[in-house]
Structure formats: C-alpha cells, structure tokens
Design a protein around this ligand. Sequence first.
Ligand SMILES: *Cc1c(COP(=O)(O)O)cnc(C)c1O
Length: 369
Amino acid sequence: MRKKTVFVTQPYLPPLDEFLPYLEKIWSNKVLTNGGPFHQQLEQELCEYLGVEHIALFTNGTIALVTALQSLRITGEVITTPYSFVATSHSLLWNGIKPVFVDIDAKTLNIDPQKIEAAITPQTTAILAVHCYGHPCDVDAIQEIADTYNLKVIYDAAHAFGVNCHCGSVLKHGDLSILSFHATKVFNTFEGGAIVCPDLKTKIRIDQLKNFGHAGETSVVAPGINGKMSEFNAALGLLQLKYIGTAIDKRKKIDQAYRAKLSSVRGVVCLSDSGEYVSNYAYFPILIDQEYSIDRDELNDRLKAIDIHPRRYFFPLISEFPMYRGLSSANTDNLAVATQAASKVLCLPIYPDLAIEIVDEICDFISRQ
Ligand SMILES: *Cc1c(COP(=O)(O)O)cnc(C)c1O
C-alpha cells in the first residue's frame, strides 16, 4: 500500500554529487552574480536547446514579465486572459497598465483570438497571452490582429519550456516570450526565469533594465529593477539541462498512461493532445463535466482524503480577485467559457518520478466514483 503523500508536482533534481564541481568553481573564482561565467553559459545553452536567438536570464518569471512590458514601453490597456496564474495580470498592474480580460477558447483554454478585436480601444497597446499548460496559442491569428491594430504581443510562456509548434519553438512568436524556472516548472533553477527576445538590441535593453537600468559604469538610462539571476541558480540550470530530455520523456509516459486509462471514463475529458505540437507534458488537466457521478470539488476532496493532492488550476479566475473584479471586463458574462473551465478543471499529479502504479491508482479511483 502507498504510504506517501502524492502532490500535484514534485521538483526534478539532478544527482547532488554532480552539482559539487559547479559549487567549487564558484567558490574558487568568487563570481557570485552580475552575469558571471555560468550565467553566460546558461544563456548560450538555453538558446541552443530551445532553438531561439537571444535569452536574458532573470531571478524569476514574474520580474521577467514586469521587465518585458517595461522594455517595450507598454502603457494604457493590455488585452489578456483571466485563465492563468495571477502573476500574468499582476505584471500589468506593476507597470500601471489596465488589464482587459478576454474570454478563452473552450478547446485549448487559451485566449480566444476571435474575441480580441471587440476588446480593443484607442488605449490598447498590446496583447499579453499565455500558452496555458504549454498548449500553444493561436499565434498566427493573434499576430494578424496585432499587425492590423499596431499592437505588441507578449507571451507568458511560463508553461511552454521546450514546446514546439508548426514552425519551431513556440517561444519565437510575438515580440517577447517569458519563461519561469520556478521549482514547480518543467525546467527549474529553484527560482528563475527568462525573456526570449528576437534581436540583440532588445536583449541589451532588457539586460540594462534587469540591472537597475545601468548602461555602463557611470550611466543609468532607465528606472530598472534588480532582476539578475545568480551564479548558483545558473549553475543549477546548466546541470538540469543535462537531464531535461530524460525528465520530459518520463512525463510523456505518465501523460500517456493517464490518457489510456481515463479515455473510457464518462464525464472526464482530457485536454486534447492534438499532435499538432511537441508538448513538454507540464500539466495533466482534466475537465469534470455533468456526466460524471460527482462534481469537480467533490472529486478533489475525495482524492485529498486518500492523500492525493490535485490542484484546481486555474480556479478562481484572476478576474475574481479583489484587485481585478471591479474592472468591467472581469464581469462573468464576458468570461463565460473561462468561468465554466475554472469550475470543471482539475490538474492531476504529473512529474518525472511519479510511479505508473500511482497513476493507475488515481485513474482507478476516479473511475470508481
Ligand atoms: C509560474 C508562473 C509565473 C511566475 O513565474 P515565477 O518564476 O514563479 O515568478 C507566471 N505565469 C505563469 C502562467 C506561471 O505559471
């Protein structure tokens, strides 16, 4: 019998002894931060692994988001999704920008491009979209709208590390993409994040903004923040990168096991694995609909009672939090699909070291209710 608590995720860690040589290097060269050798090497290796041109590393994904908006000089109103982690919208408030929520697509749970145009006003300057659960947004449709109305596009790609769509890395779309390397993400540096940018000029500006706005020893050109990644985190990233292939393969097996077992359960819908993109298997969301014997919250409670802890990502919607719910776009009439999804979704445990026996146990339990 299983004695262990099963959480929705568990961080993947490389062998500890392999990290010691990195620490010895830091201790001997005494470069702890400010774009040291590990920082430079990780930027380079991530560009190669992800297939992107330029990356600026950050202390976390949230500061990367805030800085990305600042670097593009975004102001006024920005169109975004309510169906995400709260950091997405918070990054707008930190820049004094008004979020305008647009409903999501029922299949992908990403922002619905067909509903964007109606939300555009003379104050709109950008679209901040999220590749939710790593599922690529309809990037072509979003870009077309952005081109028509002269808007910038920023992707919160915190879930989309290593995801490829029809034309290579999904991170190449829009003006900038943001990654998170938080402990709970597919690729982690304990805490960390990055901005993926298309050209060197933009990267230089971003690098200045994450370092207080310094442009050389005696010149400060913008009110920047301290968003730098330390050498410790960069070293961890270099070691993690050696194991990322194995980690994603293990996730894939778990994803497949869930799909095989849950496909026959009435009222349980697995989000599509359309085969149209290369997934990173970051999450395993299911939707519990009326045909299932009990509702989502009851299933969540019953799983918790046997010490299995799924998560209701994303419930509540961002638009329901106190600092957002007064906005007219936060009205549930405007967000019918997102409201439905938030009431039905349950993210099941998925992480590289999750035993298939536990996946079986979870699936059997769900089919028995
Ligand atoms: C994790 C996450 C963030 C924030 O990243 P941190 O590195 O934890 O600051 C932002 N957006 C989404 C969608 C996330 O899942």
